[in-house]
Each structure stands twice: as C-alpha cells, then as structure tokens.
Design a protein around this ligand. Structure first.
Ligand code: ATP
Ligand code: MG
Length: 423
C-alpha cells in the first residue's frame, strides 16, 4: 500500500467523515503532487456525504459551492473544500455542466475528472486508489484523459489547455490520443472565457517549462486563442528567452509579448501585445508593466555606452523610465530578450545590475521626486507659471541625471532661470 503524508487537519476531516459512516478521500492535485514528492498547494476532499450532511458533522463550514456539492470546512483557520461525489450532467455549451448529480459511487466521481494523474484518491486506511492506471502514467510522465479524450474535450474545452499546462508544470508528454483529440477540437476553445484562458496560459508560462507555451502552436491551438503566437515564425528565440528569464508572471508575459511583437519590427511597439492583453482581459497593472518594458527596451537598446560615466547616466535614465520597483525585473527581461545596449564591458548585464544597485544605495537622483527643487520653488523663485513649470522641471531632471552634483536648490534655481529665458 502506498502511503503519503497528509496534513493533520486533512486526516482529522477524513476520519470524522469516516466515523460518521461516510467514505472520504483526499483527491486530485494534492495526491498527484504528494506522489511526485511535491508539497501540494491545497488539499481537496471528496466524500459520499451530501453537503447538508457535511455541514452537520463540522462546526464551522462555509457554503462555497453548495449547488456543485462543495462545502468549505474550516479547521484551525484553514479552509478545506469538501465535495460530494458527483456525476456531471450534460455539457451543452462545452463549458459548464448543465447540472450536477450527486452519487454514492466513488468510481463515478473519478470518471468525470480530466486526466488519469488527477484522478487518484487517498486515505490512510486504503492507501492510494488508482482506477485509471494513473500511477503508470505518473511514472512514465504522461498526460492522458480519463476515458475517451474526444468526449472529454467536447464536454469542456478548457481541459485542452489544462493538458498543456500540466505538461509544462510536470514536464510530461501528452499521450497521442489525447494530443490528437486536443488538435481536432481546438475550435471549441473559442467557447472558453478569456479569464480562464488567461489563467491557464499564465500557469503554463510560470511553470518550470515555460517554453511549452509553444505547444499551443504545434498543436494548432494558438490559431484559436493566441493568434499572435501563430503569426510568430521562429519560436526558438522565444523558448530560449522564456527559459532564462525569472519566474514572475509579468516578466514572463513581457518576454512572450516581446516575441509576439515580431522583434520590434512593428513601428508601433506594444500595439500587438496591447490588443492581445485586452482580449484576454488582463489587469491594468500587468498590462502597464508589459507595455512599459516593451517600449522602454525598444527606445533604449541602441544607446552606446562607452565608459563608466555613460553607464551611470544610462542607468539613471532607465530608473526614471521604469521605476525603482520593477528595475531588476526589467534588467532580467532585457537580458533574456537580448535588448542590452551596446556596452563597452565584458559583462554588460552584471554591469547594469551593479550600477543600478549602486545608484539606489547612494540615493542618487533619477526622478522628479528626488530633485532638490519642486514646482512651487520654480513658481516662487523664477516667477514662471503654467505648463512651462513642467518643461523646466523636466530639463532640471535631465541636467541632474547627467550631472548629479548639480542637485542642489541654489544651482537648480539658477539653471531654471537661465532655461526659463529660452522658453
Ligand atoms: P493545481 O491546483 O495544482 O492547479 P489540481 O489538479 O488540483 O492542480 P484543480 O483545478 O485545483 O487542479 O482541480 C482539482 C481537481 O478537480 C483536479 O485534479 C481534477 O481531478 C478535477 N478537475 C479540475 N478541473 C477539471 C476540469 N475542467 N475537468 C475535469 N476535472 C477537473
Ligand atoms: Mg488544486
């Protein structure tokens, strides 16, 4: 009997359900991950008890998805989803079952699950139950649908993207019948909501094998959901870049977008990515950062940096354009996408990172908020008003970025007066 370690809280819930006369198991991802020696993110429980019965057994519960049979049981301030064995009704729209029906049979519940490696259950009394030879697939690194792949993808097209995602996360291969069914039913992906597509793509991108995102192209899926990737001829540089860039969602997206822009051939850089991100309903924060990275890297990649001083000026400009918070992510992004400027150093990337940290450590001025004067000073001391104030401040910032020693009130006011006369 295979044993896996389950958290005390989970053992407590399983035992309590069993003592009350019901069947109960840990199910799905948590069993799969435990068998792979990974620490599961969350523990799901499947049981023969009906939602109402689960609620009677535990003192603190939340009705998370009663209609679908899910009750959250609170133990020591952590919530565990306990779901009644169910059979999914007909999927008329390829997205949601019309209705779910509870069942007292574990095998019926497991049959509705997507992949053999996601259809294990476990409890301490019975060990791992493996109805669909999932253990063999887990050993061989295979993603295989439970039952007939075409039927399963027809019921819910999101499973197609889940197959790609699990392949990427686990570095597994998609079994041929499952693969062929995914290709055949790619068109059904047009019924899946933008939010769910984005979520699966992101999980693929932030996995240890982000280059598997290109499976979308080889499987003919990107034509339906990510046509920008379909239009990218050579995906090899994209794969290399994704594998080398740090594992942060926004940085991985920026790296993907860089190649979707066809290496900056498009005059209006960011246009293609912006449309894609709008279509996939990205949040503004991600969208702004991705577009900022694309635009700044295009603008700054041709700078010639000949010496230490050039490098410091360049880094201060970058800090102003990108902001302190994202600067290291940005540098990682330009390293991966090979957008480093022509820099007279052996290790350009290391040079930029060291210089940026030094600038930050020394609190050097690189943005308006560090400038020794502000708008009020300009208005008060130079008698200038209106939009010229902004122009003068920009000029002063540029002056200080080039010559940090000028960042004192007296010097900048003089500079402002002189510049103001030219306006
Ligand atoms: P992770 O939580 O690491 O993303 P997981 O396998 O736990 O992976 P969940 O989305 O949390 O995935 O789903 C829990 C379980 O529910 C899965 O393991 C699978 O058995 C089942 N499941 C989830 N989504 C589907 C689906 N679209 N079709 C069929 N079964 C599904
Ligand atoms: Mg899960």
């Amino acid at each position: 009997m295979i044993h896996i370690d389950i958290p005390q809280d989970v053992a407590f819930i399983l035992e309590k359900l069993r003592t009350a006369g019901y069947e109960a198991y840990a199910v799905g991802g948590c069993v799969r991950d435990s068998l792979l020696g990974k620490i599961p993110k969350d523990w799901d429980i499947t049981t023969s008890a009906l939602p109402q019965e689960v609620k009677e057994i535990f003192s603190r519960t939340i009705d998370t998805g009663i209609k679908h049979g899910t009750v959250t049981v609170m133990v020591n301030s952590t919530g565990y989803e306990v779901t009644t064995y169910r059979v999914d009704g007909e999927y008329l729209d390829g997205r949601h079952p019309e209705e779910v029906e509870f069942t007292s049979r574990l095998d019926e519940d497991l049959k509705r699950r997507d992949f053999t490696i996601n259809a294990f259950v476990y409890n301490e009394a019975e060990g791992v139950k493996d109805l669909f030879e999932g253990l063999k697939d887990l050993d061989n690194g295979i993603i295989r649908c439970v039952g007939v792949a075409e039927e399963r993808f027809n019921e819910d097209a999101l499973r197609i993207l889940r197959a790609v995602r699990f392949a990427a996360v686990l570095k597994f291969t998609i079994e041929p019948e499952t693969y062929a069914a995914a290709m055949k039913l790619a068109g059904n992906l047009s019924k899946v909501s933008a939010e769910r597509i984005k979520a699966e793509l992101e999980k693929t991108l932030i996995s240890d094998n982000p280059d598997y995102i290109c499976l979308l192209k080889s499987m003919g899926l990107s034509g339906v959901i990510l046509k920008e990737l379909d239009d990218t001829d050579d995906t090899e540089p994209l794969k290399t870049a994704l594998k080398s860039v740090k594992n942060e969602p926004r940085v991985r997206w920026a790296t993907l977008c860089f190649y979707l822009e066809k290496h900056g051939e498009n005059a209006n850089i960011g246009e293609i990515s912006e449309k894609m991100m709008q279509r996939l309903k990205f949040d503004n924060r991600t969208m702004d950062m991705v577009l900022k990275f694309l635009r700044v890297s295009a603008e700054y990649k041709n700078a010639a940096i000949l010496n230490e001083n050039d490098c410091r000026i360049y880094c201060r400009r970058l800090l102003n354009a990108i902001g302190e918070e994202d600067i290291y992510s940005y540098l990682d992004f330009v390293k991966a996408t090979r957008c480093l400027p022509d820099i007279n150093r052996e290790n350009a990337f290391g040079g930029l990172v060291d210089t940026v940290s030094d600038i930050l450590e020394k609190n050097e001025c690189f943005s308006l908020k560090h400038l020794a004067v502000n708008g009020r000073d300009i208005i008060g001391e130079c008698g200038i008003n209106g939009k010229q104030v902004g122009e003068i401040l920009d000029h002063l910032l540029e002056t200080v970025i080039v010559s940090p020693e000028k960042n004192s009130k007296a010097v900048l006011i003089e500079e402002a007066k002189a510049y103001g006369k030219q306006l």
